[in-house]
Design a protein around this ligand. Structure first.
Ligand code: SAM
Ligand code: DTB
Ligand code: SF4
Length: 331
């Protein structure tokens, strides 16, 4: 395997295929090497995730417990009051987070009072000195500019799966809609957080194709979340098999090698992984996790903050700070 750790967006499907399918330990070793060239391997970014508006979503994403059309146990919750969100952000900061991500179960942002309130939340969280991130569904360029002006640092908008498999998973929007929003975010000067989910029933080719789309963007996403499907009762994918931890490791390692300067986030599915399995993900180049103070990752469970801190301690890892991140990586 020929690994060059330069940042480039000229990757071919064949090159990514070769990396993805290489012998596992060889792959991990290469990814760990690239990781050390671009990042401080003892630091992990802790990003606290808060669902600011939960459930009742009009989209039909077949993995998602928040889609109104599926009968899940998730309770609909209207947009949280700004003060509630700010107090969650303060606590997140005290607990070692350097990034705070607000998620809304919206198809798209509308220019209404709720958006005005989100703008206020972005301003408030930014004033606390945290990197502010939002994930609110589709955005126009004007809406992205408003968020940027309010102090938004990053916008999360996942490709979720490959372009070819997309319509098997979601019918209420298409892959191009996703790309459009990502472009609007870029144009507004906000950093991009984009990755996907494995365990949706996709093939290895689909995973490679999704990684190819990310790695051939004019600029790589600054963050790449890799999620394992959280199987939510009542959704069409509730009976999918559990994702094997090695599949996560393979995905993370490949993402690390082809997007060397990006922060790769071990996202959904951590609750179903042992500490040892998570350690392999860090070895393979993951350097970010989602944490949630109510022991939830949006609406499905996540390990608790203190368990996470204990794990980092055991592994000799420290929370990344805003300052250490900028002095180390290129983003
Ligand atoms: N509604 C917005 C959207 O879909 O873009 C923002 C919130 S949505 C929950 C953000 C991302 O979470 C999705 O794009 C998907 O990648 C991930 N996600 C949602 N449900 C998931 C699940 N059950 N398992 C793994 N990842 C999931
Ligand atoms: C991402 O890539 N993962 C996060 C997020 N972006 C906002 C969401 C994971 C959701 C897991 C299932 C749930 O609890 O809803
Ligand atoms: Fe709605 Fe986002 Fe869930 Fe899709 S993933 S149903 S858009 S909340």
């Amino acid at each position: 395997m020929n690994i060059s750790a330069e940042i480039r967006n000229t990757w071919t499907k064949e090159e990514i295929e070769e990396i993805y399918h290489s012998p596992l330990l060889d792959l991990i070793y290469k990814a760990a090497t690239v990781h050390r060239e671009y990042h401080n391997p003892s630091e992990v970014q802790i990003s606290t995730l808060l669902s600011i508006k939960t459930g009742g979503c009009p989209e039909d994403c077949s993995y998602c417990g928040q889609a109104a059309r599926y009968h899940t146990d998730i309770k609909v919750q209207a947009l949280l009051p700004t003060e509630t969100v700010i107090s969650h952000a303060k606590k997140a900061k005290e607990n070692g987070s350097s990034r705070f991500c607000m998620a809304a179960a919206w198809r798209e942002v509308r220019n209404n009072r709720d958006f005005d309130r989100v703008i206020d939340m972005v301003k408030g969280v930014n004033e606390l000195g945290l990197e502010v991130c939002c994930t609110l569904g589709m955005l126009t360029e004007e809406q992205a500019v408003r968020l940027q002006e309010a102090g938004l640092y990053a916008y999360n908008h996942n490709l979720d799966t490959s372009e070819q498999y997309y319509e098997e998973i979601i019918s209420t929007r298409n892959f191009d809609n996703r790309i459009n929003t990502i472009n609007n975010v870029r144009k507004a000067g906000i950093t991009v957080c984009s990755g996907g989910i494995i365990g949706l029933g996709e093939t290895h080719q689909d995973r490679i194709s999704m990684l190819l789309t990310l790695a051939t963007m004019p600029k790589h996403p600054e963050s790449v979340p890799i999620n394992a499907l959280a199987r939510v009762k009542g959704t069409p994918l509730e009976n999918n098999p559990k994702v094997d931890a090695w599949e996560m490791v393979r995905m993370i390692a490949t993402a690390r090698i082809i997007m060397p300067a990006s922060v790769v986030r071990l996202s959904a599915g951590r609750i179903e992984m042992t500490e040892t399995e998570q350690a392999w993900c860090f070895m393979a180049g993951a350097n970010s996790i989602f944490a949630g103070e109510r022991e939830t990752l949006l609406v499905t469970p996540n390990p608790g903050i203190s368990e996470d801190m204990q794990m980092l301690n055991t592994l000799g890892l420290q929370p990344m700070t805003k300052e250490s991140k900028t002095s180390c990586a290129t983003n």
